[in-house]
Design a protein around this ligand. Sequence first.
Ligand SMILES: NC(=O)c1ccc[n+]([C@@H]2O[C@H](COP(=O)([O-])OP(=O)(O)OC[C@H]3O[C@@H](n4cnc5c(N)ncnc54)[C@H](O)[C@@H]3O)[C@@H](O)[C@H]2O)c1
Ligand SMILES: O=C(O)C1=N[C@H](C(=O)O)CCC1
Length: 250
Amino acid sequence: MSKLRVAVLGAKGRIGSEAVRAVEAADDMELVAALGRGDRLETLADTGAQVVVELTTPASVMDNLDFCVRHGIHAVVGTTGWTDERLARLDTWLSASPGTGVLIAPNFSIGAVLTMAFAQTAARYFESVEVIELHHPNKVDAPSGTAARTAQLIAAARAEAGRAPQPDATTTALDGARGADVDGIPVHSVRLRGLLAHQEVLLGGEGETLTIRHDSLHHSSFMPGILLGTRRVVTTPGLTFGLEHFLDLN
Ligand SMILES: NC(=O)c1ccc[n+]([C@@H]2O[C@H](COP(=O)([O-])OP(=O)(O)OC[C@H]3O[C@@H](n4cnc5c(N)ncnc54)[C@H](O)[C@@H]3O)[C@@H](O)[C@H]2O)c1
Ligand SMILES: O=C(O)C1=N[C@H](C(=O)O)CCC1
């Protein structure tokens, strides 16, 4: 069987360099390009890449995906910074390139995907919920893509359950003291040397609390998800948002 021809964009970055090693080590994949900032995107087409693993920056990801989709190259995207407007633009590009698949995964680690699923399940049962994400201080975006997605899923679950807005008697606060508001869910971002990627979902009800915590301790935690996404995206045209769609969670 022929090997899947895979390229990595952002190949010199923290997660990109780990992804290069993971693709090289996968028996069913061939690394055909490992590109960094300033390298020509045409290399992707010249080398016959079938899947691009996109791990760059929010400022670069749209131009990279525009190129990939126009050339019918599937993409597995870990880069953050997704807004409704960006997703709509990507959807339009994909409509013009039937057969091309893009997976955007706010988090590739199984523990983080499960955290989101558990939080979504728990959200309907508790009066209060807040999200705390904790990352290394080199991270350029806040809140993390994972925390934003977690909060959106929680908010949707609460709305579906008919939950009232959370209790919060705060009338005076320093700017930022109550975190960012993501669909009504407070999200707090910590940046601390020594950390990699961590998240807590705190839920509170009458006389009890539940804390769901996940810790990514090494970039290797993201690799099985990247490889799974790479294998699955070639047979999944259109836009898939979230690795959970490629996992049998139920
Ligand atoms: N989804 C996940 O599970 C997951 C996990 C870790 C990181 N991330 C995300 O991945 C992204 C990268 O994270 P990082 O910690 O590796 O950052 P990083 O700064 O270490 O790496 C980004 C790399 O991309 C390069 N780059 C920038 N523009 C480029 C372009 N146009 N073409 C090619 N390369 C380009 C940079 O030079 C840099 O080497 C961030 O958005 C981060 O949030 C996602
Ligand atoms: O290190 C990062 O940067 C990470 N980014 C993703 C996010 O913003 O959720 C995933 C976790 C690591």
